[in-house]
Design a protein around this ligand. Structure first.
Ligand code: FAD
Length: 409
């Protein structure tokens, strides 16, 4: 892997052939693929010194993986020959083809790949920003808090545990409910589940987008005695009083519920600077970047592509989706660089590894049309399996670090 140049050594003057904003799953995958295709003069704009494998945070919160296995130094995943500018992008001028950086510099590009991920809007629910990370409130959505989720689950012997799901698009739509199943299965094994009221709050009319998996999840929730509140949303939290407000959107009623454990998933949106940029899709209330859903090219700027959580695509935002988007962005970018129209198409593939117990999982894979697209066609995808859980825990991380981030898979 890379012997990455020190950020201080990397000049940002001059026009860069390709600028990639964001060195997460999407940005690194595309940069690695472009390097493999022989592209030189790639600049990666990434402020963080840590790269996270977020899909394991659910298992960190469930006490099944240490947080340390989910992080690597950012420099170790940046492909050889890619220039790292360790700054934050703060604005894009798509007409001038420049990105403004946090230090005030402007970086000029010929081609731009937008992959800065999604923003967690903790202030989107009154009281949540103050409550999270304190007392009995946690969230697997940040590495600071994910280990705390397991501390709270372990300590709980009775009372009310509430697991929430925001009403906005979010990364990994299954994560808010997976942690409820991991917790409930732990309490079942400890023989304390009967004394715990478990409430799962979901804003949608069903537990999952694809009806066949939704039916399986209804049975999983029933098996643990979980009270599922559909079409509902947490609209306020009082951390001091350990109370939250639940709004039922089907009839507008509001209910105050006391809790002894709260796992909260915040509302999410494009980063504010992306929302304010000319690349934002005017049809996206959360300001995600406009992209053709098949070619991933910006509709008004031919030299701009986007992928990953920041792209406004009608599919679930997951790392698995990124794995299928990265080759399409790379191939289409090469087409455009060579004066051809984009020739590759993304079909909306996404995958949600639905952990339903401490040793079982459903692998939900589907496309834009919600058709199942199983990677293991001989296995019934609607059956919970131990092998799938083991695949998520032990199989997928090496595939991610060694295959996806190096552009091999
Ligand atoms: P990220 O990987 O988040 O990377 C964004 C990068 O952009 C970061 O490195 C960030 O530092 C950088 N950045 C931010 N702002 C700027 C800026 N202004 N300028 C430059 N760089 C910037 N996916 C699955 O496939 N399966 C799962 O089981 C799964 N479970 C999940 C569980 C949890 C709890 C969470 C939180 C996520 C889960 N995901 C899962 C989702 C998956 O992690 C994301 O979809 C994936 O990481 C998206 O990749 P990305 O590159 O778009 O964003």
């Amino acid at each position: 892997m890379a012997t990455t140049p020190s950020p201080a050594d990397t000049p940002i003057s001059g026009r860069h052939r390709v600028a990639v904003v964001g060195g997460g799953s999407a940005g690194i995958s595309v940069a690695a693929r472009l390097r493999r295709a022989g592209v030189t003069d790639i600049t990666l704009i990434e402020p963080s010194d840590t790269h996270w494998y977020q899909p394991l945070w659910t298992l960190v919160g469930g006490g099944q993986a240490p947080l340390s296995t989910t992080r690597r130094p950012e420099g170790s995943v940046i492909p050889d020959g890619v220039r790292w500018v360790r700054s934050r992008a703060v604005a894009v001028d798509a007409e001038a083809s420049t990105v403004r950086l946090s230090g005030g510099d402007h970086l000029a590009y010929e081609y731009l790949v937008m992959a800065p991920g999604i923003q967690l809007d903790w202030n989107g629910v009154p009281g949540l920003a103050e409550a999270v990370g304190h007392d009995v409130v946690s969230s697997n959505y940040t590495p600071e808090y994910a280990p705390r989720t397991w501390d709270l689950i372990k300590r709980m012997r009775s009372g009310t545990a509430v697991f929430t799901h925001p009403a906005t698009p979010l990364k990994c739509g299954g994560a808010p409910q997976k942690i409820a199943y991991l917790a409930a299965d732990h309490w079942r094994k400890q023989k304390v589940l009967d004394g715990i009221r478990v409430i799962l709050v979901i804003p949608d009319p069903a537990m999952f987008k694809v009806p066949a998996w939704s039916h399986v999840l209804e049975k999983v929730a029933a098996r643990y005695g979980i009270e599922v509140r559909l079409r509902s949303e947490m609209t306020g939290v009082d951390g001091d009083a350990r109370q939250l407000t639940l709004t039922d959107h089907s009839n507008g009623t509001r209910e105050t519920i006391g809790y002894d454990l709260l796992h909260a998933v915040p509302p999410q949106s494009a980063p504010d600077w992306v929302k304010d940029s000319p690349l934002a899709d005017s049809a996206s209330p959360q300001g995600f970047v406009a992209a053709d859903k098949h070619t991933l090219q910006h509709p008004h700027h031919d030299n701009v592509f986007s992928l990953g959580d920041v792209a406004n695509l009608p599919t679930s935002k997951t790392g698995a989706a990124v794995r299928k988007q990265a080759p399409v962005v790379t191939a289409n970018l090469l087409d455009v660089m060579n004066g051809r129209p984009p020739s590759h198409r993304y079909d909306g593939y996404t995958s949600c590894p639905l952990v339903t117990a401490r040793d079982r999982m459903l692998l939900a894979e589907f496309d834009y049309d919600l058709n199942p697209t199983p990677s293991f066609p001989l296995l019934d995808p609607f059956k919970e399996r131990r092998t799938m859980w083991a695949f998520k825990r032990y199989g997928l991380p090496p595939i991610y670090w060694r295959g996806m981030l190096t552009g091999r898979l």
